[in-house]
Write a protein that binds this ligand. Structure first.
Ligand code: KIV
Ligand code: NA
Length: 276
């Protein structure tokens, strides 16, 4: 059965952990969905993993629609959440609502995600009122990388911890159905998870969150530009891909591939000697 935001809420109430991964294409979505993933996020991290940008700032609405469309088509059960790219909701409530609506209409996921606390609550409220579920994102919010001056753990000091808890309550009150906590000290993320009714989805936020998310190329060991401390390699697919690429290249060069098994026959080869 197709997961909804209700499924997420129920899982938190039952104390069942929520497993999410990022996803950017149809084939991978099919595999994750069949494996039983609870939800997938078309993250604007596709700027890094799919497009090779140094950060997420250049990702456009068109990028998000394109990639989200493929993922949404590949998910029978998983809840599909689509990131709102940088500058697609910061300008105004109207701009945010229009772009969230575009993602829902054109890409056909079930929810959108945006970054920020108090300052985006009017957007969260307007989207939620329009029937668009919103996942919030607090802690390290990569669209503000230039304001943070790098990728740093957030909420370490008393003031920052207080601020984070306050923002978490505000986005819940504004109607968010869940919240990503990124690079937040584990004890603080656990405390926020206890205090909120909506599920928290952690990435670099310890084991006390209601769910977890990782970038799939990171957890498969396919993306080695850099590896944050919170990334666990559940496989080394990158090595396996490299081996397959090397084998293919050498078989093409040696003529071992394609062999008869992977080639087509014709009805009558006699014709060949009469073809010029
Ligand atoms: O873009 C992304 O992949 C994200 C997750 C890391 C939460 O926002
Ligand atoms: Na993101």
């Amino acid at each position: 059965m197709k997961n909804s935001i209700m499924t997420f809420r129920e899982k938190k109430e039952k104390g069942e952990k929520i497993a999410m991964l990022t996803c950017y294409d149809y084939s991978t979505a099919r595999l994750m969905d069949a494996a039983g993933i609870d939800g997938v996020l078309i993250g604007d991290s596709l700027g890094n993993t799919m497009l090779g940008y140094p950060d997420t700032l250049s990702v456009t609405m068109e990028d998000m629609i394109r990639y989200s469309t493929g993922v949404a088509r590949g998910c029978e059960n998983a809840l599909v959440v689509m990131d709102m790219p940088f500058m697609s909701y910061q300008l105004s409530v109207e701009q945010g609502l229009m772009n969230a609506g575009r993602l829902m209409k054109e890409a056909r996921g079930q929810a959108v995600k945006l970054e920020g606390g108090a300052r985006v609550c009017p957007q969260i409220r307007a989207m939620t009122d329009a029937g668009i579920p919103v996942m919030a994102h607090l802690g390290l919010t990569p669209q503000s990388v230039n304001a943070f001056g790098g990728h740093r753990v957030q909420g370490k000091t008393d003031d920052a911890a207080r601020q984070l808890m306050e923002d978490a309550h505000k986005i819940e009150d504004a109607g968010a159905f869940a919240v990503v906590l990124e690079c937040v000290p584990a004890p603080l993320a656990a405390r926020i998870s206890q205090q909120l009714k909506i599920p928290t989805i952690g990435i670099g936020a310890g084991n006390g969150c209601d769910g977890q998310i990782l970038v799939y190329q990171d957890m498969l060991g396919m993306f080695n530009d850099f590896t944050p401390k919170f990334v666990k390699h559940f496989s080394n697919i990158g090595e396996e891909m490299s081996r397959a690429f090397r084998d293919y290249i050498s078989e093409v060069r040696s003529g071992a591939f394609p062999d008869e098994e992977h080639s087509f026959k014709m009805k009558n080869e006699d014709i060949l000697s009469r073809l010029y």
